[in-house]
Design a protein around this ligand. Structure first.
Ligand code: ATP
Ligand code: MG
Length: 296
């Protein structure tokens, strides 16, 4: 979508896009100044949290950055999308949260890339929201597990935590464990509804549990260029969040929604598609920002 396409014919542009994905080594993304941990949160359901988590993570991994996805949603959608085993009993984020195993014990390598790890969620996580209530340091169990030593041992550059559509203890654990929040916003009616509640929760966590927390990234998803509404939502969100909002907007695309059914990210399923390219562009923007965060 960037200005680079101006002098290209549509076919050339398409070929260029495919080349970028098929030969990722030609376009390495910069390593962040320091490891980045991003929580992907929005208590609204179906806005593209999981889709953005797995595709951004895959894009960074395909471009040489060691990336870890934590599936923190009992639905296990991120695990499914990355084709990671997550039957009940599989070592998962649940056992990590209750302190039975380490991140390294639970992390599996994805077939999408040798740089892409995933700690899956099994249905066992469904009870965790309640079990955690009576546990010591219940809000910071994920943070403890994601220690620098544990992540150094795996050589991780990026961690993405995929949250469930709620503001319960699992999401709080994710907000305590991360420095950054990435909020996907669907270009739809009511897009901003409920966002105030999310931002207030983030402020509460910041005030009491994690002063370093910051909403670093807003990603507009499921943009449908045929509707006036999508443009209205886009400008409203940009007006609100300014540069926090990525320039890249993820289009609504059938390929993006089909990919998880094949246990693939859209980057593997259809590398030349607009959906794949837009996630790649978004990942590049995120990675470029990561090089400027030295002061953090
Ligand atoms: P939940 O709140 O249930 O965890 P979510 O916020 O993680 O949902 P996703 O599961 O990523 O949202 O997306 C919701 C649905 O929209 C899925 O069926 C997904 O395949 C589809 N979807 C996501 N992004 C796109 C897109 N860019 N184009 C078309 N469909 C999309
Ligand atoms: Mg999800």
């Amino acid at each position: 979508m960037a200005g680079e396409g101006a002098t290209w014919t549509p076919i050339e542009a398409e070929a260029q896009r495919a080349a970028k994905v098929l030969h990722p080594d030609s376009l390495k993304l910069p390593r962040p100044a320091q490891r980045r941990i991003l929580t992907v949160a929005n208590q609204k359901g179906g806005v593209g949290k999981t889709t953005s988590t797995v595709n951004l993570a895959a894009a960074l991994a395909l471009h040489g950055l060691k990336t870890l996805v934590i599936d923190l949603d009992p639905q296990g959608n991120a695990s499914t999308a990355l084709a990671i085993e997550h039957r009940s009993g599989t070592p998962s984020v649940y056992e990590v949260l209750i302190g039975e195993i380490s991140i390294a014990d639970a992390a599996a390598v994805s077939e999408q890339s040798e740089n892409l790890y995933c700690v899956p969620a099994t249905i066992d996580l469904a009870g965790a929201e309640i079990e955690l209530v009576s546990m010591v340091a219940r809000e910071s169990r994920l943070k403890e597990a994601l220690s620098s030593e544990a992540l150094d041992a795996l050589g991780i550059d990026y961690v993405f935590i995929d949250c469930p559509p709620s503001l319960g203890l699992l999401t709080v654990n994710a907000l305590v464990a991360a420095k950054e929040v990435l909020i996907p916003i669907q270009c739809e009616y009511y897009a901003l509804e409920g966002l105030g509640q999310l931002l207030r929760n983030i402020d509460l966590v910041k005030a009491h549990l994690n002063p370093a927390l910051d909403v670093s990234t807003i990603l507009l998803t499921m943009y449908d260029g045929r509707t006036k509404l999508a443009d209205q939502v886009t400008s409203e969100v940009r007006g609100h969040f300014g540069d926090t909002c990525l320039q890249t907007v993820i289009p609504r695309s059938v390929k993006v929604s089909e990919a998880p059914g094949y246990g693939q990210t859209v980057l593997a399923y259809d590398p030349g598609s607009r959906g794949a390219m837009s996630y790649l562009d978004a990942a590049r923007e995120i990675a470029d920002r990561g090089t400027e965060m030295e002061h953090a």
